[in-house]
Design a protein around this ligand. Structure first.
Ligand SMILES: [Zn+2]
Length: 273
């Protein structure tokens, strides 16, 4: 069987072939980019005055290039032609393949930074050679990058979509329901629980749609659609302060196109207009 490789933009393919070394450069919570590219080359490090020898190896990114992470000091000079953006900002502006690589880098950098000491005995951990793992030299405990799965779900009732406003979010965005998977729970159970807890609605016929790595800081979003079964909207008032059944032609402010939340909303509009 032939392996399906996701199409990469020509520019990306040209720059980031297998065997190529690329770098992401972090300045506090931002990444340095140049002309819409966030995966930088040795020549960019020269321009920025950074030494490749201090890069942390992050393994291979999805394009096949080997990726290194450099953390520049807060006072790093950013020469003309270079920009500094948060990962969320880059999500909307760089090609998806580039974003995926940068997201992997930021996710791994967060894990590296938060697992410097052994959770069993407190000894400082060290990176394991070829594997993306950290090992404790005292007790031998090995930790791998943590991924926190979360479900996100479009609930549909008679041609209307359940949209909710998150009370912790300053923006006016309305989105579909999402939440973290708990230990011992299936993804479908998580979907049903999150919708019930946040809006008081019971759902069924839960179907998988797609997934998206979500490095804020270490999630994997797993997207579903499902049907309304019973109940009336009653928001929890903690996570959700307002929710309503939305017709495809009356959408409020919704998340940007690069997010899986928007993918679900676009799916709803396309299949119910
Ligand atoms: Zn230990």
């Amino acid at each position: 069987m032939q392996c399906q490789v996701s199409p990469l933009a020509d520019r990306t393919r040209e720059h980031y072939n297998a065997g190529v070394q690329v770098y992401i450069v972090r300045v506090e919570d931002k990444l340095i980019s140049r002309e819409g590219r966030v995966l930088l080359a040795q020549t960019d490090l020269n321009s920025l005055g950074l030494d490749a020898a201090s890069a942390v190896d992050l393994g291979l990114c999805s394009s096949g290039a080997r990726m290194g992470l450099l953390s520049a000091p807060a006072e790093q000079q950013v020469p003309e032609g270079y920009d500094c953006h948060t990962l969320r900002e880059l999500m909307r502006s760089v090609p998806e393949a580039d974003f995926r690589c940068a997201a992997r880098g930021v996710h791994l950098a967060h894990w590296d930074r938060t697992h410097r000491y052994c959770g069993c005995c407190g000894t400082e951990t060290v990176r394991v050679g070829e594997e993306v793992a950290r090992r404790c030299p005292t007790c031998g405990s090995v930790v791998y990058p943590r991924i926190s799965p979360a479900v996100i779900v479009a609930v549909v009732r008679d041609g209307r979509l359940l949209l909710a406003h998150n009370s912790r979010r300053a923006s006016r965005y309305y989105s579909v329901i999402a939440g973290f998977v708990e230990p011992g729970e299936t993804l479908e159970e998580c979907v049903a629980r999150e919708v019930a807890e946040e809006t008081g609605i019971t759902v069924g016929n839960i179907r998988y749609m797609r997934s998206q790595p979500w490095p804020f800081p270490d999630s994997l979003m797993i997207a579903f659609v499902c049907d309304y079964q019973a109940g009336e909207i009653q928001v929890d008032g903690v996570e959700i302060d307002h929710a309503f059944w939305c017709r495809p032609d009356e959408l409020p402010d919704i998340p940007p196109r690069s997010s899986v939340a928007r993918y679900l909303i676009d799916w709803f509009v396309a299949s119910h207009s």
